[in-house]
Ligand binder design. Structure first.
Ligand code: HEM
Length: 448
């Protein structure tokens, strides 16, 4: 996009709060820019119009993009009556029983129900599973030969979330392990495409998604039957058991279909995001020998402060989910000095907020020490914010921490001055284009 290609909309009324300036390119052009060149499009529009501007794209419709940290916070903390979840959202892939589909009271009740496995001690219990899966996957890594880390990270995070959600391993989990990766790939691509109003046939992408869904539900219903027949159901700590034991305030349990929708949500939202960030971790460490050396030294001494700062910096410098959206349900929403009409989408441009030079000086630099000895700025929002803030944030953090710890303990990562991998959009997450390629050797001193 050239700067001359966009002009400020001067026709908007100036009474009682104004509409933000609008990108005036034709809608199909804006769609192409959003689909293929989103990061550069939003960054250039930010420079041209300032931190709040309007776009008009198919699927999300008329939208206001927000890149200012304070205004982003105002959106996150707004009343959930005024701003509901972005429409349409991922529930079109996960189903109407997913937390993504819920708002207001129903959303609060579901979040409460889902909270226990994502807090404190429960997460500590998963550390062993994460370490086991990392060791299992990395056992076959080649030495002295470059390989991409993204797919191995995807397998680790998928196995971890499967075990967390369903507890024990078994034939059903083997089956899910097989069918979920191709579904996730297809689902990511289709997530923002409108569904045609007519049948597209069994072999079309929509037909394949529907078939996956039938197979997934059949498997989950079998696991539900098994769990309900399990005399130890009351003691089990997996998420399936928890959902089956829970009831709404009126004493009714969740329907089997809602349980299945919610489990698919956790499997879908809970593995590619974390894997993509881990892929970036290896991409960055290969190119930052100073950071890597400090991490190894700290790891050998048993610490994790710098590793935590590195994870924070990764999520800032290579943000994998770059927007969090809301829908204006109120007659209008006043944001700073702007007035946003009913029916608009409000998009927080997370990557733009993370590139704010006032909060993060030299934002393009990968520098974990910016997070040492200071409180995390409120402009750090990789997990979104407010009542819809990512439910798996603490889980993802522990997962990234344990995977990195385990790899650094067992492998030497070779560094060089290879050019940065390009940022590649996979439909939902942004990943390293070549898959986060590294060369490793096994450490002779590695512990068991
Ligand atoms: C690095 C990894 C992850 C990133 C960057 C990430 C990012 C996000 C973001 C940006 C949102 C939207 C928040 C908002 O609208 O304000 C979100 C929502 C959500 N995430 Fe994550 N996520 C990650 C890992 C996980 C994991 C591990 C799980 C589950 C095990 C998970 C489950 C969810 C769910 C269920 C929601 C919807 C919450 C709601 O609507 O109430 N995510 N995530």
């Amino acid at each position: 996009m050239t700067d001359t290609a966009v002009t400020v909309d001067t026709k908007t009324p100036t009474t009682a709060g104004k509409m933000p300036p609008a990108v005036r390119l034709p809608k199909p052009v804006q769609m192409v820019l959003m689909a293929g060149f989103r990061r550069s499009f939003l960054q250039r529009a930010l420079k041209r119009f300032g931190p709040v501007f309007a776009i008009n794209v198919p699927f999300l419709g008329r939208s206001v993009v927000v890149s200012d940290p304070a205004l982003a916070r105002q959106v996150f903390l707004a009343s959930t009556d005024d701003l509901i979840n972005v429409q349409p959202n991922l529930s079109r892939i996960f189903g109407p029983g997913s937390v993504f589909a819920l708002d207001g009271k129903a959303h609060r009740a579901r979040r409460k129900l889902l909270a226990p496995p994502f807090h404190g001690q429960s997460i500590k219990n998963y550390e062993k599973v994460i370490e086991e899966e990392t060791l299992r996957e990395s056992a076959s890594w080649p030495e002295g030969r470059e390989f991409p880390t993204l797919e191995p990270m995807n397998r680790i995070t998928l196995n971890v979330i499967l075990r967390t959600v369903f507890g024990a391993d078994g034939a059903e989990l083997d089956y899910l392990r097989e069918i979920i990766p191709p579904w996730a790939k297809l689902g990511s691509r289709m997530a923002t495409l409108p569904q045609p109003p007519f049948s597209t046939g069994r072999h079309s992408p929509w037909g394949r998604l529907a078939e996956f869904r039938r197979n997934f539900d059949r498997t989950v219903f079998a696991l539900i039957d098994k769990a309900q027949a399990d005399p130890r159901l009351e003691e089990r700590t997996d998420i399936l058991a928890l959902l089956l034991r829970s009831t709404y305030e009126d004493g009714t349990p969740m329907s089997r279909q809602d349980v299945s929708d919610e489990l698919l949500t956790l499997l879908g939202a809970g593995h590619e995001t974390t894997a993509s960030t881990l892929g970036w971790a290896f991409e960055r460490l290969r190119r930052h020998p100073g950071v890597l050396a400090r991490l190894v030294e700290e790891n050998d001494g048993g610490g994790n402060e710098f590793r935590q700062a590195t994870i924070q910096e990764l999520q800032r410098n290579r943000t994998v989910i770059d927007f969090s959206g809301r829908h204006v349900a109120a007659p209008h929403f006043d944001l700073g000095n702007w007035r946003i009409p009913h029916g608009y989408t409000v998009m927080i441009a997370i990557a733009n907020v993370h590139a704010n030079a006032e909060v993060f000086p030299n934002p393009e630099r990968f520098d974990p020490s910016r997070f040492i000895g200071t409180r995390t700025p409120t402009a750090w929002i990789p997990f979104g914010g407010g009542t819809r803030r990512c439910i798996g944030a603490a889980f993802a953090n522990v997962e990234m921490d344990v995977v990195l710890r385990t790899v650094l303990q067992h492998f030497v990562i070779e560094t060089d001055d290879a050019p940065d991998e390009k940022i590649h959009f996979r439909g939902i997450a942004f990943t390293p284009k070549d898959g986060g390629r590294i060369v490793v050797r096994r450490r002779e001193t590695a512990g068991a």
